[in-house]
Design a protein around this ligand. Structure first.
Ligand SMILES: CC(C)NC(=O)[C@H](Cc1c[nH]c2ccccc12)NC(=O)[C@H](CCCC/N=C(/NCCC(=O)O)S[C@H]1O[C@H](COP(=O)(O)OP(=O)(O)OC[C@H]2O[C@@H](n3cnc4c(N)ncnc43)[C@H](O)[C@@H]2O)[C@@H](O)[C@H]1O)NC(=O)OCc1ccccc1
Length: 224
């Protein structure tokens, strides 16, 4: 049984990581779409850096929750038959013990060089961004996928959706593409589809089954 699990901000909410909908999509009065874009980074890099620095600080103070731990247990059982595709840039899946995790929108604790595309761990706050450890150019940016940019690992994701027997979506509003379109792709290839979410999402009607509630309760109940 090949399983693909898509996670969104809702799976980290009970750890204390605010979701995008929580703050009505606003950050310091900015529409998230306005700070999480390459244009915003070119226009006002300091505002964008402050946005991600604040989230790094917040991430250091939180822990994975029961939903993350349940998926790590599922990976022990299924091995390579499980793939977790996350829209989240936090490292809570990995901290819970999951390793078969694909960060389609990047990672908060990673930096990427705009010159050589080399990746490195994000070391310091904005004040003195170090040069790229690989090519030496001072051209590092947060290793996250911004609106208008192509998500990471789309080929691997489409192959996994094609081979999936079961597609499960956890804690996502289905507002952002291409992730919001995965349920249709998986269903088109014959997979059964299940949504675990606190509220009705923009794609709830596309699922074979929906269970509403807290991920910290629904996911362990589904896994164990
Ligand atoms: C706003 C939206 C309409 N715009 C888009 O979708 C755009 C444009 C677009 C493309 N195609 C379209 C088609 C139609 C319309 C628009 C588009 N998409 C793009 O630009 C993407 C790139 C988008 C990525 C942007 N970067 C992010 N994040 C990283 C940065 C950062 O984090 O700062 S997106 C970011 O927002 C999204 C937030 O959504 P959720 O995670 O779902 O969170 P949300 O708060 O919305 O919802 C939380 C849910 O959890 C539930 N919940 C809450 N608590 C709990 C709880 N305790 N338990 C369970 N559930 C819970 C709630 O009920 C709720 O339903 C996530 O994806 C997150 O990663 N790129 C692209 O399309 O490239 C081309 C392409 C296409 C195909 C193939 C190749 C190339």
């Amino acid at each position: 049984m090949k399983v693909v699990v898509l996670t969104g901000a809702g799976i980290s909410a009970e750890s204390g990581v605010p979701t995008f909908r929580d703050a009505d999509g606003l950050w310091e009065g900015h529409r998230v779409e306005d700070v999480a874009t390459p244009e915003a980074y070119d226009a006002q890099p300091f505002v964008v850096h402050r946005f991600y620095d604040a989230r790094r600080k917040a991430l250091a103070a939180v822990e994975p929750n029961a939903a993350h731990h349940a998926l790590a247990r599922l990976e022990e059982a299924l091995g390579d038959d499980l793939l977790v595709v996350t829209q989240n840039i936090d490292d809570l899946h990995e901290r819970a013990g999951s390793s078969r995790v694909l960060h389609m929108h990047g990672e908060l604790l990673s930096a990427v060089c705009r010159s050589c595309r080399g990746r490195s761990r994000w070391e310091r706050d904005l004040v003195d961004l170090p040069p790229c450890p690989r090519c030496g150019t001072p051209d590092l940016r947060p290793d996250v996928v911004w609106f208008g940019e192509i998500p990471y690992e789309m080929d691997r994701i489409y192959l996994a959706l094609e081979a999936a027997d079961l597609f499960v979506s956890i804690g996502t509003s289905g507002a952002v593409y291409p992730a919001a379109g995965f349920v249709q792709q998986a269903a088109a290839y014959g997979a059964r589809t299940l949504e675990l979410n606190l509220q009705t999402s923009e794609v709830t009607t596309l699922f074979d089954e929906t269970r509403q509630g807290l991920a910290g309760e629904l996911v362990p109940a589904w896994v164990d």
